[in-house]
Write a protein that binds this ligand. Structure first.
Ligand SMILES: *Cc1c(COP(=O)(O)O)cnc(C)c1O
Length: 476
């Protein structure tokens, strides 16, 4: 036993705790403020990794010592996505406000699965804002999830229940009259196929519709595939369009897909993980026209919205259909007409999570402090930067574009190169800490992929990146 009198887990000396906590906050603010001076990424050395192979500590250590470990062994080896020359995958950069919000949310430590407290209202505020932004009506519902992978999965579940009835929650798919089939494009994110697997329908029953040369789903091929499946006795139930593909940022023709979904009685879901938030930019808004015709939308505030990880979101137009797919009548989830258990619909009625953090606060604080115009402008700026980078590639004697630039994603590579040359250039840049693009495969050839999400990126960052990668390519 320790010599402490109290058996609670609070600090013994609050004023010492306050001093350390303030210093830690100062330090992380400095980290964000001076991010440009640091390498984009560096691999954690073996000694650092070994620090996290220790046995479970039985006794206490001073917070100051633990914070020193964080300073030495954690902070320098982060993902790198705060840095203006991080252009890999599809990562948001965060904001200092979001960081403070996370701290407050952790302090309040709300459980936002349900019950009558203000966290639920804050989340509903975001649902209302998003309903308005995407042209959904009053009855829409929504909830925060880890990311769009989960949001897309939940959309598949809601669409499935809508097609074959809620009795299949108990009876399972074997009682369904026909084999369900769903449709998405060949460029859709892999989480759509996984959602079909998790939903028990099977990814074999997801038809991957061919895309045009810009990476967009071809509506006539979609229509023909649905027809052929119906003729063969399948039950087409869902089409998933992508607003911003992960490879190139392509946006499927949403109005055409909406029309086909209506004609063929399919649930129309939009994976807007990347592109949905572009509605906040007036000049970009037209790109996602037709999104208001969808039945549901998945999006990520942690990507272009720069809310700190994680902040995925699902919006469903028909809130009642959404609730039917998940609500449960367990005794410990009973509602009351007053007290802490009041409220008709709780977030736990809209998804499988019961214990949930307060993701809504950091999202609300981000929109409140910046305003949607400024978020939209940062989104527009990254698209303009992508245009600038594409221009530099076109002017280059070494590189060529590998795909059209739709939004903020530029795919390019060494002219005529093969055999992983582009991938190696990317990995060299990572290890030098200069920039962090990613790589992908487009029409069977490897390409350097720059996804410019970061609100801190400038033209001079792109110049520095292009100069560095050109030097490396010349030396290779
Ligand atoms: C990132 C992404 C996903 C997955 O979202 P997570 O938030 O990473 O789970 C799905 N679809 C697209 C188009 C994406 O870009």
């Amino acid at each position: 036993m320790t010599s402490r009198e109290s058996r609670d887990l609070d600090p013994a000396d609050w004023s010492e705790f306050r001093r350390l906590a303030h210093a830690a906050l100062d330090e992380v603010i400095t980290h964000v403020q001076s991010i440009r001076e640091k390498p984009v990424w560096q691999r954690a050395p073996d000694a650092t990794r070994q620090r996290f192979e220790q046995p479970l500590p039985l006794g206490p250590r001073d917070l100051s010592d633990v914070l020193a470990d964080v300073r030495t062994h954690v902070a320098p080896f982060a993902t790198g996505n705060l840095h203006p020359r991080f252009m890999g995958w599809a990562h948001g950069a965060g904001t200092p406000t979001g960081m403070v919000a996370e701290m407050i949310a952790a302090g309040l430590n709300m459980n936002c699965g349900g019950r009558d407290h203000i966290g639920i209202d804050v989340e509903r505020q975001i649902v209302r804002w998003m309903s308005e932004a995407f042209g959904y009506s009053e009855g829409a519902s929504g909830l925060f999830l880890t990311g769009s992978s989960m949001a897309n999965f939940l959309a598949v579940i809601v669409a499935k229940m809508n097609a074959i009835g809620v009795q299949t929650r108990e009876a399972g798919l074997r009682r369904a009259d026909a084999q369900l089939t769903a449709y998405t494009s060949a460029e859709a994110h892999s989480c759509i196929a996984q959602a079909m697997q998790l939903a028990g329908i099977g990814s074999e029953h997801l038809r991957k519709i061919e895309t045009d040369s810009s990476g967009r789903m071809q509506p006539d091929i979609l229509k023909a595939a649905i027809r052929a499946d119906r003729a063969a006795g399948f039950l087409p139930f869902l089409v998933v369009a992508t607003a911003g593909t992960v490879n190139t940022g392509a946006i499927d023709p949403l109005p055409d897909i909406a029309r086909i979904a209506r004609e063929d009685d399919l649930w129309f879901h939009v994976d807007g993980a990347i592109g949905a938030l572009s509605v906040f930019s007036e000049p970009l808004k037209h790109l996602t026209a037709g999104i208001e015709l969808s039945h549901s939308i998945a999006l990520d505030f942690h990507k272009w919205g720069h809310v700190p990880y994680d902040a995925g979101f699902l919006l469903v137009k028909d809130g009642a259909a959404h609730k039917r797919a998940f609500a449960s009548t367990a005794a410990y989830l009973q509602r009351s007409d007053r007290g802490l258990a009041a409220g008709e619909t709780w977030p736990c009625d809209l998804g499988p999570d019961l214990s949930r953090g307060f993701r809504a606060l950091k999202t609300w604080m981000t929109f409140e402090t910046l305003g949607s115009d400024r978020i939209g402008d940062a989104i527009l700026h990254t698209c303009e930067l992508a245009g600038y980078l594409a221009e530099r590639v076109r002017e280059s004697a070494i590189f060529e574009l590998k795909a059209p630039v739709a939004l903020n994603i530029v795919c390019f590579g060494v002219k005529g190169a093969s055999g992983g040359v582009n991938r190696n250039l990317v990995l060299d840049l990572h290890e030098l800490g200069i920039a962090a693009p990613s790589w992908t495969t487009i029409n069977g050839v490897d390409a350097i992929r720059c996804a410019i999400f970061n609100h801190r990126t400038t033209r001079s960052d792109l110049d520095l990146f292009m100069d560095a990668i050109s030097d490396l390519a010349k030396r290779a």
